[in-house]
Design a protein around this ligand. Structure first.
Ligand SMILES: Nc1ncnc2c1ncn2[C@@H]1O[C@H](COP(=O)(O)OP(=O)(O)OP(=O)(O)O)[C@@H](O)[C@H]1O
Ligand SMILES: [Mg+2]
Length: 262
């Protein structure tokens, strides 16, 4: 299953992404987790050790690699570079590993605005397209609310597009925006996961306000998740409730996709 996770800042995208990655890996799947957030912290949400996290060089910062693969100088605009850079060896070559999980950290990808075709942006876009269309393992992409780094081509390979929300108007607004952007890229359905739910009213607030979207489930607000974050531990390792919630969400998603493909 190939899953992209988006949503407003701080709603819990990384918490969901890291927990899902661990869950799928424990179910025996090979997982490629991709951190596409410039402020990368998926590694610790998965449970990589501090020393491992410190040793990560985001792909966008691998200047020599980018120049060699694209034939263009990193950080330059326009110019001539290979339109078909080699990317297929990147996931295996540059990922951090733990059991069934490979983690790739993309780093800060310059946005394509203002006619910028920076080589690093082209390379990473190719990479995302490649992993979604060609790799045969499960993929979890943790990204920001903006979808600049996905093209129509790559969304064809995404089985589920999930937007995380919390019970507040702003994150719901972001969810609608994400739905619109994803729709523009050809994504038919955007699934919703509620997070930081305190009360039944919180749940209802989300359901009522996103009645036109499929809600896969919710994760309760839990102080242990915050505490785990402070200790750089994975929610998966310390909080059975979040594991159960994400297990249910995953089962629900699988059912939806089966129905869709039937
Ligand atoms: N269910 C929850 N209960 C309590 N705290 C939570 C819960 N989910 C996430 N958090 C906490 O909220 C903060 C933000 O979570 P997380 O990093 O997963 O969000 P994000 O959407 O990835 O944020 P960003 O936009 O910064 O990447 C973290 O401190 C995390 O521990
Ligand atoms: Mg995050």
């Amino acid at each position: 299953m190939k899953i992209a996770i988006s949503g407003k800042g701080g709603v819990g995208k990384t918490t969901l992404a890291g927990t899902l990655a661990r869950l799928m890996a424990d179910q025996g799947r090979k997982v490629l987790a991709i951190d596409a957030d410039p402020d990368a912290n998926l590694a610790s949400a998965i449970g990589f050790k501090i020393e491992e996290v410190a040793g990560i060089t985001p792909l966008a910062e691998m200047t020599a690699e980018i120049e060699a693969r694209t034939g263009a100088k990193k950080g330059t605009f326009g110019g001539i570079f290979k339109l078909n850079p080699k990317v297929d060896d990147i996931p295996d070559k540059f990922s951090l590993r733990r059991d069934n999980i490979k983690l790739l950290v993309l780093g800060t990808i310059p946005e394509g605005g203002g006619g910028c075709y920076c080589p690093e942006s082209v390379l990473l876009k190719y990479l995302l397209r490649h992993v979604f269309l060609q790799r045969d393992e499960s993929i979890i992409l943790d990204m920001e609310a903006g979808l600049e780094h996905l093209g129509r081509g790559s969304t064809r390979g995404i089985d589920a597009f999930i937007v995380v929300v919390e019970p507040g108007s702003r994150s719901l607004q972001t969810a609608r925006q994400v739905k619109k952007l994803a729709g523009d890229l050809g994504v038919k359905e955007v699934y919703v996961v509620g997070n930081k739910i305190h009360t039944p009213e919180d749940r209802r607030f989300i359901e009522e306000n996103l009645a036109d979207m499929t809600i896969l489930g919710g994760i309760d607000y839990n102080q242990e998740i915050v505490a785990a974050d402070r200790r750089d531990e994975a929610p998966y390792d310390v909080n059975p409730e979040v594991v159960q919630a994400v297990t249910d969400i995953y089962a629900n998603l699988s059912r939806h996709l089966e129905k869709q493909n039937a």
